[in-house]
Design a protein around this ligand. Sequence first.
Ligand SMILES: Cc1ncc(COP(=O)(O)O)c(C=O)c1O
Length: 365
Amino acid sequence: MILLNSSIGNYVISNGKRYSYFGGNNYLGLASHPSVKEASIRAIEKYGVNFSASRRTSGTADIHLELERKLADFKGKQDSVIFPSGYQGNSILLEVLKERYSDVFTDQFAHSSILTGIKINPADIHYYDHCDAGHLESILDKFKGSYPLIITDGIFALTGEIAPLDKIYPLVKKYNGILIVDDAHSTGILGKNGRGTPEFFNLPADENIFQSETMSKALGSYGGFLAGDKIFTELVRESSATYQASTSLPPSVVAAGIASMEIIKDNPALRIRVLELAGELRKKISGLGFQTTTDNTPIIPVMVNDIDKAKHLSSFLEENGIIAPFMNYPSRQELYMIRVTVSAAHTDNQTDELVDLMSKWRRMN
Ligand SMILES: Cc1ncc(COP(=O)(O)O)c(C=O)c1O
């Protein structure tokens, strides 16, 4: 376990020592941005630490509404609705859309928040091979006549791969289905306006596409949100038990979300920077002979395929002042890897230093 004794930035303090930090998902470097922190502190001074009530009873504050407006503007949608965590977003969507599907088709390596959110009869859940739209089509065909809901990660958390929505979306149309994309890692990063994978693939505005999103990664704060037209957001507010029965997001978190939205709106260069940096780093890591993936996202897995070697690489980096965590995640227990995540706040010197050390490790192992 990596013990943090500081805020997260491109450097962290762990066990009292300073490290160059390639962990976490602080893609745009906003988690400890001075104006985000300042906004949080001001919100605590004004509102305290917690509203201590659900949105529906007495827990809705003016800043919740302001954040929802800002998120809706960012997404180019009429409205948005926020709730305590991104993890809940898939459950909420699967819950409020339940009248619209009979069968769920999901990627075999879907995130655990997707899998735990599916509450239908297991016989009606169908897994397609990872990112394989051809296989998805063959299963959709087999269950022709069902009402399909297709659900996938947008960017896969472990491997940084982008789901092939360009191939999946035509199947959603062909089989009259609906699509949910978990864009936890894509929101704020992919697409011309940072709106996630549907925008990245230039999918048309379509009321049958839903995105589950979080503020805890690129968006510099915490909490989940869903954006759409007012009919959809009302549906969530009126029929999601999770939304209705959870304490509202705390003031510091809401204010951080608002401040981060302002920064993101004024600084599109941040997402360009993180993707450029990640692209160069991925190329260099792959050039050293390490096995990685190819999509340009801030997540760079370094597959070592041997648990001891993967752990050794991570410890070697740590001994030399760099944190790049060893990962073994619920959905991919068989993958032994370190996961390098890039932030817009990283400097070229930091990435060079990482590449030099990885090269040294490779020569020794
Ligand atoms: C693909 C995916 N979906 C959902 C979540 C949950 O988001 P949050 O941690 O903001 O609740 C994560 C988090 O790590 C994730 O990787």
